[in-house]
Write a protein that binds this ligand. Structure first.
Ligand code: TRP
Length: 338
């Protein structure tokens, strides 16, 4: 199928939902360390194997976001974060979902071949019903828009966490259906790549997540980052006591950021005794600070210059639109609209 689109390299696509409340740059931005280690860093590492298409799913956020200023700000914050973390806009596409309105045309075409029962089985929709809520039609149609996101850009692979698996299955289903109804090669059938990304624990040991309130914001300033790391849970063994690093939260976090030599050395010091968890936390902080300080600097510079962010997003949207229009015109012809 890849040949039909003329791409030499496979396309990896992902959507980033800009959710949340208003962000404060001083409080470290809207993205946390778990997002960085578990999603951003692995997604950026795909750049040498794939043509990467990353977009900010602002219309998906609108299913729950009711604060226009927060939405606007979150979009820029997410863009600044990914750029600061090393997304190279010359090599990868970064844009706002809403800038390429072609996606809605494809959404409608898909709506016409998907059974409502399939959407009724959607996890997010069902969960909302189970909680006694009255989910809006945006939540109901969320997986359709997501399928359109994926298929519009001829995606071959979509690296997602397990929570997005059902959405991916629907997108695959729709793509297969389209090709069956309208001819092989009408659209590219995407594969799910369940990211090998690590689960990052928060400072209390549970998965780092805003809903647990245990996050470490990615761009906390130096001092605040150190205090946050000092809050990482550890047992109360005496400083002198030899300590087992494996399974200890501080060391688990350390393994996610330090190289093999640094890991071996810290493990040795802990096992030898006369080395407290506080010392280990200081070491974790230093390694993290070393890696994050340059990113934080870029992030702050970008946040101070929203025009630059908007410029990158617009340039990305212009290129994305070209791919989108090509796919859409293929699909329009196939279904008989053109
Ligand atoms: N639903 C995804 C999430 O909540 C965001 C998203 C929107 C997405 N469109 C996508 C992810 C397309 C992958 C591909 O995280």
């Amino acid at each position: 199928m890849t040949q039909s689109t003329g791409h030499a390299q496979k396309v990896s696509l992902t959507g980033i939902k800009p959710t949340g409340t208003r962000v404060s740059i001083e409080e470290g931005g809207s993205v946390h360390l778990g997002n960085y280690l578990g999603a951003i860093r692995p997604a950026l590492a795909l750049a040498d194997r794939y043509r990467c298409v990353y977009f900010i799913a602002d219309y998906h956020a609108l299913t729950s976001q009711r604060d226009p200023d927060a939405l606007r700000e979150n979009v820029r914050d997410v863009a600044a974060t990914w750029l600061a973390c090393g997304l190279d806009p010359d090599k990868m596409l970064l844009f706002r979902q809403s800038s390429v309105i072609e996606v809605f045309e494809l959404t409608w075409i898909f709506a016409c071949i998907v059974a409502t029962g399939q959407l009724e089985r959607g996890h997010a929709y069902k969960d909302a019903l189970d909680r006694g809520e009255a989910p809006n039609a945006g939540i109901f149609n969320y997986p359709l828009l997501m399928a359109a996101d994926i298929i519009l850009y001829d995606s071959d692979v979509v690296p997602v966490g397990p929570d997005q698996r059902q959405h991916l299955e629907l997108a695959r289903d729709i793509a297969t259906r389209m090709n069956h109804l309208y001819g092989e090669g009408t659209v590219v059938v995407p594969e799910a790549v369940i990211a090998e990304a690590p689960t990052v624990p928060g400072f209390d040991g549970r998965k780092m997540s805003k809903s647990y309130g245990n996050t470490i914001p990615l761009f906390l300033p130096h001092k605040a980052l150190r205090s946050a790391i000092m809050k990482v849970k550890s047992d109360s063994s005496a400083m002198e006591a030899p300590k087992e690093p494996e399974g200890a939260l501080v060391y688990e976090l350390f393994k996610l950021v330090a190289n093999a030599d640094q890991q071996a050395e810290l493990a040795k010091k802990l096992r030898a005794g006369n080395y407290g968890w506080g010392h280990a936390k200081q070491e974790l902080f230093e390694v993290l600070e070393g890696q994050l300080a340059p990113l934080r600097e870029r992030y702050q510079a970008l946040r101070a210059n929203p025009k630059e962010i908007d410029g990158v997003l617009e340039a990305g949207a212009d290129r994305a639109r070209m791919v989108a229009r090509r796919t859409l015109s293929r699909v329009r012809r196939a279904v008989g609209i053109e």
